[in-house]
Ligand binder design. Structure first.
Ligand code: ADP
Ligand code: MG
Length: 279
């Protein structure tokens, strides 16, 4: 079967704690493509990943996100997973007492996927990702180092075989060897399984391994520039502030508005047409 899936995000606005963080995100990822989202700390990258996956407290005020035409927003997180979305979290949670095999087995079973030979498949995949046996025997992420957590997130990704994976700073906490192992496994999935990837990072070093087809720059809750590898070079040269100046963007991160009269009510999500950046 030729993989032709697409993840389409349109004009996505979302609020957290009453403040509009996502301010109109548009993005389309096709099967097999690798898209990188780069942006300074606090610009809304993780908010995008949580909003896509349906984390409570992240309120969508307008827009849509679909996989092959099926709306994800407003549905339960497990439905989004069933629709083919996977999130590798920036800060993976620790689940003492639940092994990776239990978690992956339950996830596959919930999707109606057979779990015969699961232990063997998990072992093979763990070998491929250089995850040591002891991490399969302990609870998921239970007292793992940052790097081990990211390898195990990638292990789950490889076992679950979603259509699209959002990787939220999969590079954080990884040394160069681990970064290369994880990135190569992800690239192989794009080639072998047609996985579409949305890789969030604020460092260029992931990009040298992941070689994204497209790079998007996020500032203050929206994508302000998109292009190819030249964008990463430009960022390397001028930094986020320099790029913002070149683009005429006056806000890098989402902040609580100052009482300058410049901004609308921070619960601006009630008005999806508000355009605080004037773009
Ligand atoms: P990034 O991942 O780009 O560093 P985040 O999406 O984590 O940025 O955060 C964007 C903004 O949203 C920040 O100002 C952050 O404080 C705020 N924010 C994110 N999540 C929450 C939350 N659960 N509660 C309150 N504020 C949040
Ligand atoms: Mg983040």
């Amino acid at each position: 079967m030729v993989a032709t899936s697409e993840l389409v995000i349109r004009d996505l606005h979302a609020t957290v704690a009453g403040l509009e963080i996502l301010r109109g995100v548009d993005l389309t990822v096709h099967a097999g493509e690798v898209h990188a989202i780069m942006g300074p700390n606090g610009c809304g990258k993780s908010t995008l990943s949580h909003t896509l996956m349906g984390r409570p407290d992240y309120t969508v005020t307008s827009g849509s996100a679909t996989i092959d035409g099926v709306e994800l927003l407003g549905t339960a997180t497990y439905s989004r997973a069933q629709a083919g979305l996977f999130l590798a979290m920036q800060y993976p949670v620790e689940i003492p007492g639940v092994r990776v095999e239990d978690l992956v087995g339950a996830s596959l079973a919930a999707r109606g996927v057979g779990v015969e030979g699961l232990a063997q498949r998990l072992n093979d995949e763990a070998n491929r990702l250089l995850v040591r046996d002891e991490f399969l025997e302990r609870g998921v992420n239970d007292e793992f180092s940052g790097g081990e957590k990211k390898r195990v997130e990638t292990l789950q990704l490889a076992m679950l075989r979603p259509k699209f994976a959002v990787l939220d700073e999969i590079d954080s906490g990884l040394d160069v060897d681990a970064l290369r192992d994880v990135a190569r496994r992800v690239v192989a999935m794009t080639q072998e399984d047609g996985l579409g990837v949305l890789a969030i990072t604020h460092y260029a070093r992931l990009l040298t391994e992941l070689k994204p087809d497209f790079i998007h720059v996020m500032m203050a809750g929206r994508i302000v520039a998109s292009g190819g590898p030249e964008i990463a070079d430009q960022l390397e040269e001028v930094g986020y502030e320099g790029l913002a100046r070149q683009l005429g963007v006056n806000e890098l991160t989402v902040q609580k508005p100052l009482a300058t009269g410049k901004f609308e009510d921070p619960t601006v999500g009630s008005n999806p047409f508000a355009d605080p950046l004037g773009l």
